[in-house]
Design a protein around this ligand. Sequence first.
Ligand code: HAM
Length: 446
Amino acid sequence: MPKKRKKHGRRGRPSKPRKPRLSKIKVQAPKGTHDILPEEQKYWDKLRAVVAQAATNYGFGRIDTPVFEDVRLYIKGTGQNTDIVQKEIYTFKTKGGEQLALRPEFTPGIVRAYIEHGMKNLPQPVKLCSIGPVFRHDKPQAGRYRQFHQINFEIIGDPTEVSDVQIIQTFVSILKRLNLKKFTIFINSIGCLMCAPKYKKNLLSYYKKRLNRVCPECRRRFDKNPLRLLDCKNEKCKKVTNEAPQILDYLCDECRLHFKKVLEILDDLEIPYILNPYLVRGLDYYTKTVFEVWEDKDDSGQGALLGGGRYDNLVEMFKGKSTPAVGAAAGMERIISFLKKQDIKISEIEKPKVFMIQLGELGKRKSLKLFDEFQRNGIKVGEAFSKPSIKSQLKIADKEGAKIALILGQKEALEDSIIIRDMVSGVQETVLIEKVINEVKKRLKQ
Ligand code: HAM
């Protein structure tokens, strides 16, 4: 029989209540995710600022869509047979029974918003920019995360080659503004609903005779996603691909002309590119132009910095009327890793030249108020309000490189005064609190 727990100690006294034992958890970010620590933020701030500037320069409006959507949006949009939907999408069922998915990419959500908000009634094209986290249950490795961040640009409602080029141009300007000069643009056209099916048929009959020479993944693609046979990185498969029929030979007149014009404008703009007839992209919605930007001339490295293309049928597939569109997305982690690899210096956010030091209860309260007044006057002030001793606060002020320390102790607080200390010479002067902002402004100008 199980023993009853004693409620009382040995001498009849109630025993001390036991401290509840907390079960230990694994103190580690989930696999494939990462923290962005304060010292890393300068890269993220810089990238976000450059993207915001490019969006303004090229006329894109920012759109923020939810991080989760109806899973069917991706099954239909991204494509049932894509790696994203087959292997990588995070799905969950809500308590109300809805099947949702964490967004594995922006495009379907943005197209949903374009339709839902009747953006077809706005002057076309509608140019939209997004930035934020996306989720793919990818195999974590260098440059490949399960939660990563994308910069996404879309132009919806323009069939002309100008928009294809403008998307590329916008991303090129972002990379250049970051001082990233050595990158390679690969470009191709994969045709439209008129010409692509004939090409796919010929591709399948070519591969059918050579299935014993390709990897198991390519055999799966043969059945489900034949175009992806072309971008297998396996050496054995590449040999087969090299002799395969090329889509450019099958383009209809409209697609050929469109692609020709895209390349001509890129030439005019002196944006170099490499024509890669095997570039097909891994998402189902693409038509006509597709492109990727890689760090090197070789596209077998850690992954593309960015990728995109035209998707003229997606809006219609979702319910809207036929609306041509083009867009691209870049992986922020990959761009930042490229910045670091190229040793590109990002200037630190300027540290405050003024540091506020407080002592005692009243000194602290008045300092908090004064700190706010300095912010309102546009003067950055450093502080260590949680530190009680003047010595430790002065040490921090010195470490942060402050030029001026403002010391507000109990005595000064009672007298409505404050000490201004020159951190270089050590010379101190007491002034009235009401005069301190002007006095600091004067000293900062010197
Ligand atoms: P995507 O090629 O799937 O295109 O992704 C765009 C970029 O996201 C990649 O070039 C890469 O930089 C980054 N990326 C992808 N997967 C990972 C990962 N697991 N870890 C880190 N970075 C990654 C799209 O998402 C399309 N929606 C682009 C687009 C917009 N097409 C038309 N409009």
